[in-house]
Design a protein around this ligand. Structure first.
Ligand code: ZN
Length: 113
């Protein structure tokens, strides 16, 4: 499961931060996930519960914010907001779009003890 490996790398980066910054427990994690990141939120939550057992993130609240997507429209020659990869341009109705924002997943906030 792809979400499980995402959770493992998320946990690794949090453990690195813990070593660097000297915290020992995480209370809340806020994640920003773009609509095209290809992440299934329920699978991510499930995976997170599994990998956080016995780690400094055990029992932490996982807050997930779904970000805004954007794409470059070849017809309009500008960036337009979209929420789905298959959306057409909201300005001209063209399907010639290149997603430019919304593929990312990042930790936005970490509340630690
Ligand atoms: Zn357009």
């Amino acid at each position: 499961m792809h979400e499980l490996s995402l959770c493992e790398s998320l946990l690794e980066s949090i453990e690195d931060a813990a070593k660097r910054e000297g915290f020992t427990q995480v209370r809340r994690i806020v994640l920003d996930i773009g609509p095209f990141a290809g992440v299934e939120i329920s699978a991510l939550r499930f995976g997170f519960d599994a990998v956080s057992q016995g780690t400094l993130t055990e029992g932490a609240v996982l807050e997930i914010h779904e970000g805004q997507g954007a794409a470059w429209c070849f017809e309009c020659s500008q960036t337009v907001p979209i929420q789905d990869r298959l959306d057409v341009c909201p300005l001209c109705g063209s399907g010639q779009l290149q997603p430019s924002q919304g593929m990312e997943m990042r930790v936005k906030e970490l509340e630690v003890l």
